[in-house]
Ligand binder design. Sequence first.
Ligand SMILES: [Zn+2]
Length: 216
Amino acid sequence: MLPILLKLKLATAAAAGLAAAASPVTVPADALVMTVAERVAAPIEVKLYDENLRISATVGIRLDGTMDDATAAELKHLFRCRTTGRQHVIARRTLAMLADLADRYQPRTIEFVSVYRVQADESPTSPHRDARAIDFRIRGVPLTQIRDYLWRTYSEVGIGWYPAEQFIHMDSRPALHDTAWTFLTGENHYHPYWAEVARRPAAKVAATPPRHRSGV
Ligand SMILES: [Zn+2]
């Protein structure tokens, strides 16, 4: 079975070929335009780079975090625990956020540092142990921009900023409190100022006019 992304490329190429063959006879424009439903169902091209093994892979993940079976198997292997070699399906919501980021910062590459971790010294409560977390950066995008976007956009998440190590930790944590932290000098600093600023309603900031005294 072909991965969805390849099928999509083939379908697009076929459509382009049809248009070229039919030229100059007009092909109805809407025949080549994807419907909204198709766009939602179509996988996002996610370019990945494994910073430890230095290998690249491109996979198709839908915005809802689902994918075809071949891609799911490939992704499980890519995101495996590097100490034990064990594999686990990564939480769908975490993959949905990954697809969203790939879409938002297209065509940039997402460099992942660490995903699934089940070695003995991994905390029992670690979202990495539960296959819900990804540590990553995006080439050419400031970490602070990714950090603020994720925190502003999603709830039931954990977002950690690691400025010294140069990566962002993101995890989905259904039914748990949102948690933001900065990792500095070997420890997590919770409730960072950036998190407060990122969730401040923009309208409230922008809509506060300077006060004028009446009669002036
Ligand atoms: Zn992490």
